[in-house]
Every structure is written in structure tokens, then in C-alpha cells.
Design a protein around this ligand. Sequence first.
Ligand SMILES: C[S@@+](CC[C@H](N)C(=O)[O-])C[C@H]1O[C@@H](n2cnc3c(N)ncnc32)[C@H](O)[C@@H]1O
Length: 453
Amino acid sequence: MTTTPGTDVPLLELSIGSPAHGGHFVARHEGRVVFVRHALPGERVLARVTDGGGDAGFWRADTVRVLEPSEHRAAHPWQAAGALLAAAAGRAPRGGAEFGHIGLEEQRRIKAAVFSEQLRRLARVERAVEVEPAEQEHDGGLGWRTRAGFAVDAAGRLAMHAHRSEELVPVQQMPLAVDAVNELRLWELDLAGVARVEVAAPANGTVPLVLLIPEAGTPPRRLARVAAALAPEGERPVSVAVWEPDQARLTRLRGRTWVQESCGAHQYRVTGEGFWQIHRQAPEILTGAVLDGVRPEPGWHVADLYAGAGLFTAPLAAAVGEGGRVLSVEGAAGTSRDARKNLHGAPQVDIVQGKVDRVLRSQFPGRRGGSGARLDAVVLDPPRAGAGRTVVHQLHALRPQVIGYVSCDPASFARDLGWFLSLGWELDSLRVFDLYPHTHHMESFASLRPPAG
Ligand SMILES: C[S@@+](CC[C@H](N)C(=O)[O-])C[C@H]1O[C@@H](n2cnc3c(N)ncnc32)[C@H](O)[C@@H]1O
């Protein structure tokens, strides 16, 4: 083992093995597992240890030089996020494109292998999966992010965190973002007094929203100056608002405090930091997967859990018609208010704000937190942590004909699936989508059928 020049950080020469969940690849050094980033299976690399010590069970390391490259290694489409260039320049790469060194098809093969491995380990399911690309791939997996979050460095410049680090590095163009994000040229602003900037630029071309999250004590006139510089009179319209998460306070500076999203025939208002799918094509792709997998019929009673601003609630309501019911449950107060506005014309929809387990308990009282009330189908789309054991047991007790599970994390999905299977449920259809090209993330949809009888 050598060390990084000028430091005592260990530098390892490693043979890279299979991919692991989280964007790492597995290697071994003197019997110890090392999770290596920015590498590819079959490669021989020099990697700098970023995390680990003598008694650590495993280490983490970042590739700094490739000694024997894989045939799937590609030029990173975002220079600032490329690990090798960054290492050669003695700086850390920007986060957010940790698979950019891999050809797009190989990225999907790796994601499929990771998904299958999670199914095998956590749900005891042997199933080969294929990761489906989003439709528009002629753009090399770029220009898809309609949401982007930035930090601000000590000099008031737009910045991002280095990969898995607190270190801030200034940024300019973000190639993964849609043009409307880059056209704001946020990197030209003096952002002193601002801690974070969040941008939402709807794929339908409507007015983008920039949220300024201030540092404590920043005077309002400083933020007003940023807003004025961001949207000079007469130029392309942009909304600007101040978001103070501690007080849950959203203050309009210009334009409006929300964006107008759309999917199919449905319109959605999404306020402030409210959730909306990030990839420009994700709303259509996921809505299609949900409707194909659940096949809601007129008159059905359906629950849309973790419903956000109602992306799936609206098409489910259209499918069940006024003779059916849709219970739409969202935890965040502002997003739930959006859902209420978005669905106000659908009398068959009940919008309920609250945590899913509590709402299920109150809406379907009965032993073991469920049963007694009719529910034909459930759609759930939990955050990265998954639904968890309590909700799985509640849904089991409600015994719908079908459950449609949308997930952005293969590990928590496989864990929840394992619990459903142990209760007698069957995994019916399963689709995995590459809605986060050049990152290790993926999105999936699964339909589950209840135990016979
Ligand atoms: C992955 S998003 C899905 C939103 C929506 N289905 C969509 O596609 O636009 C998950 C949503 O669940 C909400 N959420 C997180 N934990 C929750 C909980 N325990 N109960 C209810 N909602 C929750 C979040 O606020 C977020 O809006």
C-alpha cells in the first residue's frame, strides 16, 4: 500500500468486482472489503481511502487512476463531476453524477444487477430485471432534471457539495438539468446571505421558481436584491420566493410561490419545496406504469398513499369515476394543500393530510389497524426509507385486490416486498426505470396480488 502524495492517506491498488447498492463497487484489500466509487467491474485501479481505519469492518475508497480500464468506461459528460480529472487536479469531484464514467447501457445493466441482488438478499426473490430507459435518450442521458438544489460557498457563489463530502465547490452549467435551469445563470449572482438555492423548472415550459433559503439573520433587502438580479425587468419570467424551513414560512418576492406542472390531461400546482418527480418524463412514465399495473375500474375504491400533490390521484380519480372513491394521503401540509386544490373538481376524492400509518388507522378502524372497510386497490409511493413493517401489515389487513408499489430505492422496496411475501402476497409485474441517468439511482413499479382466499 502506498499513500497519496503529500499526505498519509492510503492509496490502494485494487481489482474491482461486482456493483453494490449505493453506487459502489466491491473490491478486497488484504481480506477486507473496500467499497470503491468511480470504478467499473473488471478494472484495476488506484484508489484513495476516504473512510476506514484499522478496526473498521470495511473501507470506502475513491478511484484516482485507472490502471486497466473496462471496455464500458466512457468520457464523463460533466467535466466537473468526473472523478479522474478532479483527482488529477487535486480537487474533489462535484456530486450528483457518480455513474457518468460509465456508458449508458452499461449503467442500466449495473442498476439491473443491483436491483436483482437486493431482491435476492432482502426478499428472497430470484428475478432477472431489465432497466427501461426514459424515452428521449438521444441526448446522452443529459437535460432531464427539472429540480436542482445548490449550496452557496463562503464567497457567495453558487456551489455544490463534493461527492459525499461537506466540501463546497463552485458550479456553473449543470448538464443533467433541463435548459430552463441553466438559462437562469444562477452562477452569475452574488448569493451572499443565502444558504441554499432550490430550482423547479417544469418540463411543460411554464414559469420556473427559484427558492432562496437564507442564512440566519440575512436582512430581507439582501434577498430582494438577489431576486432583482435574478429576474431583471422585461427578461424571461421567473418566480422567486424565500423559504424558511424552520418556520415553514414561504414569502413571495416576485411572480408566484408555486409552479404549474402537468401530466397528460391533468394540471398540478406544486408550492415551494413540495414534491414533484425530478425527471422530465417521470410523471408520464410512472403514471402509465401505475395505471397499467393496477388497472383501476369504474366504481373502485382506491387509496393513493404518499400522494404528494396528487400526481397519481388525478388519473386514478378519472379511472374510478364519480361512482368510485380515492383516498389521497400526504404527510407534508403544504403539498397536501396543493393536492386539495389540484383535486377540488373531483368529488370522488378525499384528501387527507397525515402520516400514512395514522391515517390508515383512523380511516379503517378495526383490529390490527385495518379491515372492515372496502378497498379495491392501493397505490403507494413512499420516500426512500420505504413504507415499513407497520404499513405493510396495515395494507395486508385491508386486503385490496391489488397493490401498486412505486419505489425510488431498491433496498427498502425489497425489504417491504419480503414482508408482503411472508404474509402470502405474490409479486406480479415488476418494472424498473432509468429515471436518473448518470447516477446510481433508479425508480421501480411493482404490482402485488393478495394471498389466495
Ligand atoms: C416519493 S414522493 C411521491 C409523491 C407522489 N406520489 C408523486 O409521485 O408526485 C413521497 C411523498 O410522501 C410524503 N411522505 C413522506 N413520509 C410520509 C408519511 N409517513 N406519511 C405520508 N406522507 C409521507 C412526502 O412528503 C412526499 O410528498
